[in-house]
Design a protein around this ligand. Structure first.
Ligand code: 0RQ
Length: 504
């Protein structure tokens, strides 16, 4: 295993996870690797959680600031949240224990655009980064760090932290070496320069992280798998949503607004996203590219079939079977994939230049096209905004997709007014449900409302939405975007009170 650590000096710093965790001081801000379950440290977080637990039992509660790339895994987020070891968490998370603690008010959470995290940290808004705990897949003879299955914010953590703990995970494929592109050209204004990416495959940085050896205080050897994203075959609802999107893309090509091989795809995670990608595999489009955050099963399938020429992302988010296939054959994929830091994979400048086609999920959308991606009933966080805002505002076409109902039909995902806004009507081009696809581009608010209700809302909820819009048109304070302010959130109130948005 020490074969993964080719640098002599760093080999001498190998310790057990428990010893490494002792190097993190109470109150430290800790930047950990990890993005959608890929490339997170596997052992130090658990050792830290044990230490926190002991301290709590001894009447000496300790906490840490926990910053990552995005969501991680139960061994990291779950373990530290369980023992109340997290003081402030950022940015995206999807762990059930963490979510529960955030929603009971005992865990602070700051939800920011994923491309903004590095800049906010450089600017010092969250305080000093004390320690970085970063998984790598190896260390070269001269001490360069070979990134793991995600890049995320690791470049920033390694630069900003006073002390660095590395986990070298021999479970990760050795073939990862050379696959990454770590851009070191970022600077804060007024020194910021254009990011020279004009195609998803452009390499502009180094395949390695560079970190002064004297900052590396411990190296821990691990041999553990990443968390897999469970994959279920697309259900009928996802397949119908995918069908509407594929028809829409076909029409865009016919009208000359999109080239025959489309534009670089950005796709969120989850079943609907995978269904769209599966649909693309049997559709008419060839020579596709992706400039996205995560490479999920559907993209691997498209690489296998040859439909997808290149994927630029910041992390893998694969199911166990896809991961096996991927790791076994990584050599075959290496020339068609690269992973970048998340401030570059999600950079608005690049997203706008390339003209990405953004496809993301929503919690709910309103009749005017505002989108809530993060909060259930306006107050309970689900995951976080992730990269959806980085892409939505800057995409060539910004598509938001959702089943028309949630919680077995108790909730309409199309509501009079969203209970929380992540993406304003100005950033939302298309809303699609299994019922249909509403292309909102060019439409003023009242026409948007008609289109969204008649195309996207579930038929059971359409009469109530029509009724709301009609009464609002007569009684609203203003006629441009008519609303009945004392009723706009009544659907949510009814759900909170009665467990259903359905009247009567
Ligand atoms: O709840 O898990 O208890 O069953 O929300 O919903 O339908 O499984 O859909 O997994 O695609 O998630 C917006 C959360 C959708 C996701 C969101 C409940 C529903 C279920 C999950 P259960 P589904 P998905 C790239 C882009 C923000 C970040 C982003 C997300 C659970 O897409 O986090 O886009 N997006 N990143 O029952 C109450 C509603 C609801 C609702 C759904 N209206 N009211 N509950 N649910 N709609 C990735 C990254 O950035 C890393």
């Amino acid at each position: 295993m020490t074969g993964r650590i080719r640098n002599r000096e760093l080999r001498s710093r190998i310790v057990e996870a428990e010893e490494a965790a002792q190097l993190i001081r109470p109150g430290d801000n800790v930047g950990m690797s990890g993005f959608t379950g890929a490339g997170y440290p596997k052992e130090v977080p658990g050792a830290l959680a044990k230490r926190v637990q002991k301290a709590h039992e001894a009447g000496d509660p300790i906490k840490f600031g926990l910053w990552t790339g995005a969501s991680t895994a139960p061994e990291l987020d779950g373990a530290l949240a369980e023992v109340d070891g997290i003081d402030l968490r950022l940015p995206y998370q999807s762990d059930p224990v963490t979510r529960a603690k955030i929603n009971d008010g005992s865990l602070g959470y700051t939800d920011i655009h994923l491309s903004h995290v590095a800049q906010r940290v450089w600017q010092g808004f969250f305080g000093k980064l004390d320690v970085a705990v970063v998984e790598v897949s190896g260390i070269t003879e001269d001490g360069a760090l070979i990134p793991s299955a995600s890049v995320g914010n690791n470049k920033t953590w390694l630069e900003q932290a006073d002390r660095v703990i590395l986990e070298v995970n021999s479970w990760q494929s050795e073939q990862l070496e050379g696959l990454h592109d770590v851009y070191y050209g970022t600077a804060l204004p007024p020194h910021r320069m254009p990011i020279p990416i004009t195609h998803p495959a452009d390499r502009i940085g180094s395949p390695y992280f560079h970190c002064p050896a004297d900052k590396i205080v411990a190296v821990v050897e691990t041999d553990s798998p990443d968390r897999n994203s469970p994959f279920t075959a697309p259900d009928e609802t996802s397949a119908r949503i995918a069908g509407h999107i594929l028809d829409f893309l076909g029409t865009e090509v016919e009208s000359g607004r999109l080239p025959r091989n489309l534009l670089p795809l950005q796709s969120g995670v989850g079943n609907i996203a995978n269904a769209v990608l599966a649909g693309l595999d049997s559709g008419p489009f060839e020579s596709l590219t992706a400039y996205t955050e995560v490479m999920q099963d559907g993209m691997l399938q498209l690489l296998d079939s040859g439909r997808l020429e290149f994927v630029s992302a910041t992390a893998f988010s694969l199911s166990s079977s896809a991961l096996d296939r991927f790791n076994r054959n990584l050599g075959d994929y290496r020339d068609r994939i690269l992973l970048r830091p998340q401030e570059i994979s999600n950079h608005p400048e690049v997203v706008r230049r390339l003209g990405c086609l953004a496809m993301n999920g929503v919690i709910e959308a309103d009749i005017y096209g505002n989108v809530n991606s993060t909060h259930v009933m306006g107050s309970r966080i689900q995951n976080g905004i992730g990269g959806s805002g980085d892409f939505a505002r800057n995409a060539y076409v910004s598509i938001f997709m959702t089943p028309s109902q949630a919680k077995n039909g108790a909730i309409s995902t199309i509501v009079p007014m969203v209970s929380h806004v992540d993406h304003t009507e100005h950033d939302v081009d298309v809303i699609v449900t299994e019922q249909g696809l509403a292309d909102l581009r060019g439409l003023p608010p009242r026409a948007r409302a008609r289109k969204i209700i008649e195309t996207c809302a579930h038929p059971d909820f359409r009469p109530a939405l029509r009724d709301y819009v009609e009464r609002a048109a007569h009684a609203s304070y203003g006629g441009h975007t008519p609303h009945l302010l004392d009723e706009a959130l009544s659907w949510h109130q009814r759900y909170v009170r009665e467990g259903s948005m359905r009247a009567g």
